[in-house]
Design a protein around this ligand. Structure first.
Ligand code: CAA
Ligand code: FAD
Length: 379
């Protein structure tokens, strides 16, 4: 597989890096403390085209390939993993799902706004009793002829507070199990749709995560995505690409922590020499760099397979598994390389370590990625 980046890919990397360093880095520690992402930064990200990178220009998107998207995700995540997850959900779950499976009318009404970043989207699969076990949906969608009525609770929803458009999975025919699940486009402000509590999180604290409640929410029939009973396939197919985005986020977190550690190791002196001259630190740096590079190759491979229209289920699960385990390992080592300075906010690596943890959990835990990989190997 050829990983020579084209001039366009390099331009995407430079633009994303420049944006991250000049716009996201200032204030990143305050946003983490205050658990807030600024609307002005969101506006700037939209203006840069980061919210709908892969969407066709016909619907106001950037028309770029998945490789461009993961390169941008990597650069943004090197600085601010909260910004990256807002971007990832909007691009690879909400916009991609709508563009791939939506009707023309749905795309015109919703995708154009989402791709331009005018509004933010949310993807609502998880429930208090349906996380890894996603087929076990308790939220119901009763068919009333020209509309559905939704009842239930979704939790852990990224951008649950700031989003305007939500893709919601719900069970219509419980007797058919996962084949009875539907996916809907639900607008915020619909009667009976309530945004619940905001979670106080360990990491990615500037990204808002909420519980969403639905009580007799009417959803027009034309807002169903795909045929009756397509909702679980919709969610799984969309997550295959979403996982490449989260893998790129994990890669960026690891790469960012490594780069800071490399620089610090040349500056910090102990026993009369830079710590980079102690072999114990050199070995840490070597292992960090190797794992980051391996993660990058897996992420790029998954992106390339998707761009080439080939099967990427296993590749995306492998990329997410390896990149998220790498992010956790590298960031923990990055704190160690910094010694006591690594344990305080000013040096950034403690935030990277907290942010890394979520990449092993959302969009399918590491255990679920192993399950998916094993099923692909054995089928
Ligand atoms: N791609 C396409 N189809 C898939 C699929 C995939 N990756 N995984 C499962 N399916 C299909 C199966 O082919 C099957 O379809 P058929 O009946 O037509 O053959 C159907 O889905 C059911 O699959 P299983 O029988 O394998 O179901 P299961 O219950 O044994 O396991 C699972 C399914 C893989 C564990 C799945 O529930 C899963 O992926 N769980 C993790 C949930 C998850 O990733 N949630 C993320 C929420 S979004 C989020 O987290 C966003 C964020 O943080 C930012
Ligand atoms: P559980 O499924 O209860 O898992 C608990 C433990 O058991 C885990 O270690 C798991 O790996 C393990 N386990 C479970 N089943 C198996 C098995 N069969 N084999 C081996 N081990 C197993 N969801 C959304 O729908 N949209 C979002 O935008 C979203 N954003 C999120 C943001 C944050 C910050 C968080 C924390 C979560 C978010 N999620 C979102 C939910 C996320 O996808 C789930 O938390 C995740 O899928 C795990 O589900 P769970 O928390 O219920 O854990």
């Amino acid at each position: 597989m050829d990983f020579n980046l084209s001039e366009e890919h390099q331009a995407v990397r430079e633009a994303a890096r420049d944006f991250a360093e000049n716009h996201l880095l200032p204030g990143v520690i305050d946003r983490d403390n205050e658990q807030k992402f600024s609307p002005e930064l969101l506006r700037q990200m939209s203006e840069m085209g980061f919210m709908g990178m892969m969407v066709s220009p016909d619907y106001g998107g950037g028309g770029m390939d998945t490789l461009s998207y993961v390169i941008a995700m990597e650069e943004i995540s090197k600085v601010d993993a909260s910004a990256a997850v807002i971007m990832s959900v909007n691009n690879s779950l909400v916009c991609w799902g709508l563009e791939r499976f939506g009707t023309e009318a749905q795309k015109e009404k919703y995708l154009t706004q989402l791709a331009s970043g005018k509004v933010v989207g949310a993807f609502c699969l998880s429930e208090p009793e349906a996380g890894s076990d996603a087929t076990s949906q308790h939220t119901t969608a009763i068919d009333m002829g020209d509309h559905y009525v939704l009842n239930g609770t979704k939790n852990w929803i990224t951008s649950g507070g700031t989003s305007s458009i939500c893709l919601v999975m719900a069970q219509t025919h419980p007797e058919k199990q996962h084949k009875g699940i539907n996916a809907f486009i639900v607008e915020k402000g619909s009667e009976g749709f309530v945004v619940g509590k905001k979670e106080d999180k360990m990491g990615i604290r500037a990204s808002d995560t909420h519980t969403l409640m639905f009580t007799d929410v009417k959803v027009p029939k034309e807002n169903r995505l795909g045929d009756d009973g397509f909702g679980f396939k919709f969610a799984m197919s969309t997550l295959n690409g979403g996982r490449i985005g989260i893998a790129a986020q994990a890669l960026g977190i690891a790469a960012g922590a490594f780069e800071i550690s490399l620089k610090y190791s040349k500056e910090r002196k102990t026993f009369g020499k830079p710590i980079s001259e102690h072999q114990a630190i050199q070995f840490k740096l070597s292992e960090m760099a190797t794992k980051v590079e391996a993660a990058r190759l897996l992420v790029y491979k998954a992106a390339r397979l998707k761009d080439e229209g080939k099967d990427y289920i296993q590749a995306s699960a492998m990329a997410k598994l390896y990149a998220s385990e790498t992010a956790m390992w590298v960031t923990t080592e990055a704190v160690q390389v910094h010694g006591g300075y690594g344990y305080v906010k000013e040096y950034h690596v403690e935030r990277f370590m907290r942010d890394a943890k979520i990449t092993q959990i959302y969009e399918g835990t590491s255990e679920i990625q192993k399950l998916i990989i094993a099923r692909e190997l054995l089928k």
